[in-house]
Design a protein around this ligand. Sequence first.
Ligand code: SF4
Length: 442
Amino acid sequence: MEKDYAKYSKYIGKLTRDLRSAYYSTATDEERQEIPLEPSELNAKQGLGNFPAFYLQGQHCEKSDCGCCTNCFYSQFQYAKPSPKEIEAQCDYLLDNFERLVLSQQYGKNDFYGEKKFPNSKPVFLTLSPTGSFFSEKEFPRDVRLRVLKKLEEKAEELQRDIVLHIEAHAIDVFRYRDYILSSEESEILRKLNAKCILGFESVNEWSRNVLYNKHLPLEIFKNAIDILKNAGIQPGAFVFSGFITYTDTESKEDMLDSIEYLSKNGVFPVLMFANSQAWTLPDLLRENEIHKLQEPATVLDTVYSALDIITNNGKDKQNYWLIPEPVEGPPYPDGNIFYDRKDIEDFSEETSKKIHQILKDLRDTRDIDEFKKKWESFRKNNPEYKKYINRIKKQEQNKDDKELRLARTLNFATDHMKDYIEYRKAKDEEEKENEEDRYKI
Ligand code: SF4
């Protein structure tokens, strides 16, 4: 990383750590001991695709300890000493309740390409992962993983249906455990489960990835991890993020498209993430003080529109896989989302925003790209609010400062307002405590 970049990354890391420590200090000992029996669940309308996602509760993401990543509040999890037994119990709960939790949660269309073992039945899709990394020994120990994957394989046989398992991992873990991932009983089973491994990536741009998002991820490590997964016969995917602090809407869109271009060239499918606002994070501190805004709803759809052109090579390769998690949901459930209840939205009424969101939801449900394009083209042509939006974002580009200056100013502001923000959040958490079933669960 360039020297100046490292300076900013350190600064952002410190602010993120300070916010997390302040949050952790609000937990009682009791809360920190009670590791749930069930994994956190996002149903089929909330997850990565049209299938449910299960996140293991217990050990929080290891990377979060060093101040990664600016927008993430997954790292809220800070249970005291979770044991492998407790992690396995959550997997067993999922397997024991497979009909209710997984089979009844297959929704809309899901794309299966490749060879099926059970060609006459519909495959079952799901995500099962710790919040940080599937291959982290702390979050999901190897022997537990192997037992769980074997049970999933048995489940596929019992149901006579193929399983498509999505897992999430850190590139550094794939790199660290490369020999094991390249050749082990576990990777053999992962192949049988049609596993897709989604790596945290966020952006191909160094400034976006390692400064604004503070990912601590050298591009070389990511490239290596991709090669390892491909050689192991596990399909690689990557999270791509849009809505970094200090970026304009146009910059957010361009950044995401550059990253998708890069992933497409390297045979990695993208998972398009659009930033919401998570409590106890730097973007939330800035947003509460009206220094940072979420993107406009139309920016999200314009980005998706162009992204799909790249992913499908302008419609020529329709079998290329992609995912767009529902941007209104978590995890964890956001404090502010792009489409609803926004004070800082500039160009769209709540009603129009709802229509825009519906077009995206239809795309997610049907995965019909042609239909989506028709709807979005018609919206752009006929909606007067869209013209207003285009004019404003053009002006925004003409009046913006240098990116480094913008960041330096933003970080100084955050430092000055940290204390007040922590007080505000603590009071808000206290107020909302009674409504929350379990505030440590996503
Ligand atoms: S984004 Fe991923 S790697 Fe970063 S802190 Fe969150 S869970 Fe950990």
